[in-house]
Write a protein that binds this ligand. Structure first.
Ligand code: ADP
Ligand code: MG
Length: 557
């Protein structure tokens, strides 16, 4: 039987490639810079095994040049370059990755620095350019070649001249349309911000000429513009640096640079894991609540990098909802990306990282609670509500993780206390963890229901937020001590002799009358054993306390 080759309509394939892989056009620059970085990496790897080659870091760079008048954008590198065959094979064949082949040929096992693997990134250039020209001279060759294409129609290759080894990609930027201002890709500020966003941690300098302003010599009042070449990227990512070399200020600068928030972070967490899964991460607990935090607009998530290149701005899967206030980034070499490099093929690695991060955040919060109480209280006043929601939601699945992080105002201590602290102060005969619910501390203090418990000297936790009691109902108990509302029927406290003096026949008629009048408001009228100075109080019988009932009634149906 004859075996036939699949035919691909390469024009259509290229069209698909250009228009449907990427969600944003600006990533074309990320792709071209990644290729330039790979090309330099290849010289670096070759030099490791070839004695005739030396690798002097200073000789290698990437340069971005814009010419607004001619509408040209150039990406120049001093990398390994391409021969005529390379140009044909790697740029003429869609989905052929010279970089992937390079890793295999050179048996680079730890070649995780080389970014390319799918052989499609280059074509992203056609999202913003009508014509793409590549001028390249390969390492060890005397000849240079020019590859040129207008996209779907094919390409041409011809000899040309070029002094240095390396590659120059020249984009003829498209004319503006109503939807898109392609001209923007020639603007200094736009290019700078795209480079910063996606390629800040490329290990080689990305240089660009930038316009600056200075005071005129001799005339201090006048300013003049001048042009200077600048390295745009930071190159060594903070997270790859040694923790011991970094100061709190370094972390704070990074927080501001990255616009994670406009406040100062309360705490930073720097994680480097080198186990079954390898990743680096820098996380922050903000001091202030982001203005949109408790709104629908707020999006949780961490920045996700694959090997120093930004993949996702807000990877939501890395954070559980109850830690949604955490800001920061994760960089891993072990992610399997999909072809657009915008998503992951498998989420197994991501799940592992998320689990790991979750544990770490919890333990760091516990440390904060233990060692920097004041800071923890600041944190808790901002995000405690979120933790309580966390306890309540998902059917209490996360209560183990969160219960030790909760705090409530204590009647005796007159400040926030943890459940553990409450338990540790409980007298032996005390059966329950008591709480009282109300609008404010002042209001709760005046509640007649608290009297009996307070009289015993027992501590009462004050629930002033509507989520409090719901969260506690989900917990049910803490260290085997059940929670008990001070307004519940049975408080589990020994009856007080004096208070039961009231005789039945003295009250029978009065209570009967009261019950008739309050018929649709109360179930029963009884002599109370818990009042001291107040004449009357309300109690609830069932699962739902009076306060919860109020909240439930206020909710829309
Ligand atoms: P990938 O980077 O995933 O391999 P690309 O479409 O981005 O796919 O690039 C295809 C191939 O073209 C690369 O693998 C590389 O061999 C070659 N290439 C692209 N740009 C350059 C460059 N600036 N210098 C040297 N080779 C390059
Ligand atoms: Mg590439």
């Amino acid at each position: 039987m004859e075996k036939k080759q699949f035919q691909a309509e390469s024009k259509r394939l290229l069209d698909m490639m250009i228009h449907s892989i990427y969600s944003q056009k600006e990533v074309f620059l990320r792709e071209l810079i990644s290729n330039a970085s790979d090309a330099i990496d290849k010289i670096y790897y070759k030099a490791l095994t070839d004695d005739s080659l030396s690798f002097n870091q200073d000789d290698y760079y990437i340069k971005v040049e814009a010419d607004k008048e001619k509408r040209l954008l150039k990406i120049i590198d001093t990398g390994i370059g391409m021969t005529k065959e390379d140009l044909e094979n790697n740029l003429g064949v869609i989905a052929k990755s010279g970089s992937l082949a390079f890793k295999a040929e050179n048996e680079i096992k730890d070649g995780h620095d080389i970014i390319g693997q799918f052989g499609v990134g280059f074509y992203a250039a056609f999202m913003v350019a009508d014509v793409v020209t590549v001028i390249s001279k390969a390492l060890g060759s005397d000849e240079a070649y020019k590859w040129e294409s207008e996209g779907a129609e094919g390409y041409t290759i011809e000899p040309t001249t070029k002094n240095e080894v390396g590659t120059e990609i020249i984009l003829k930027i498209k004319e503006n349309t109503e939807e898109e201002s392609y001209e923007d890709y020639l603007e200094e500020y736009r290019l700078k911000s795209i480079i910063k966003k996606y390629s800040d941690f490329i290990r080689y300098p990305i240089k660009m000429e930038v316009t600056k302003s200075r005071k005129k010599e001799g005339n201090e009042d006048e300013y003049e513009n001048y042009v200077e070449e600048e390295t745009i990227n930071s190159m060594v990512p903070l997270w790859r640096k040694n923790k011991t070399e970094l100061t709190t200020e370094d972390y704070e600068n990074f927080y501001n640079e990255k616009r994670y928030g406009f406040d100062k972070p309360l705490k930073h967490i720097h994680i480097s894991v080198d186990g079954t899964i390898r990743y680096n991460s820098i996380l922050y607990i903000p001091e202030n609540i982001p203005f949109d935090y408790y709104s629908k607009e707020y999006e949780k998530g961490l920045e996700l990098y694959s090997n120093g290149v930004l993949i996702m701005n807000k990877c939501a899967d890395l954070l559980p909802d109850y830690f949604s206030f955490v800001k920061g980034m994760v960089d891993s070499e072990d992610l399997s990306l999909n072809i657009s490099r915008e998503m992951l093929q498998h989420d197994r690695q991501l799940k592992l990282i998320a689990k790991n991060i979750n544990k770490k955040i919890k333990s760091e919060l516990q440390n904060l609670l233990k060692n920097e109480r004041e800071k923890y209280e600041t944190f808790y006043s901002s995000f405690g509500r979120q933790l309580k929601f966390g306890v309540y939601s998902d059917f209490g699945m996360n209560k183990e993780t969160l219960q030790d992080l909760l705090m409530f105002y204590s009647s005796n201590e007159k400040k926030l206390v943890t459940l553990d602290e409450y338990i540790s102060r409980m007298p032996e005969e005390q059966k329950y963890i008591y709480y009282a619910t109300g609008e404010s501390i002042e209001r709760i203090e005046k509640l007649p229901q608290t009297e009996l418990v307070a009289d015993k000297g027992y501590e009462i936790l004050y629930f002033t937020e509507d989520i409090d009691e719901f969260a506690i109902k989900m917990l049910m108990s803490y260290k085997e001590k059940e929670f008990k509302s001070v307004s519940s029927g049975d408080l589990g406290i020994e009856e007080n002799e004096k208070d039961t003096d009231v005789k039945d026949d003295e009250t029978k008629d009065l209570f009967a009358e009261m019950k008739t009048i309050l018929a649709d408001k109360v179930k029963d009228v009884r002599v109370s054993k818990r009042l001291k100075s107040h004449p009357v109080c309300l109690t609830a019988d069932g699962e739902v306390t009076i306060e919860m009932e109020k909240i439930l009634n206020a909710m829309p149906d």
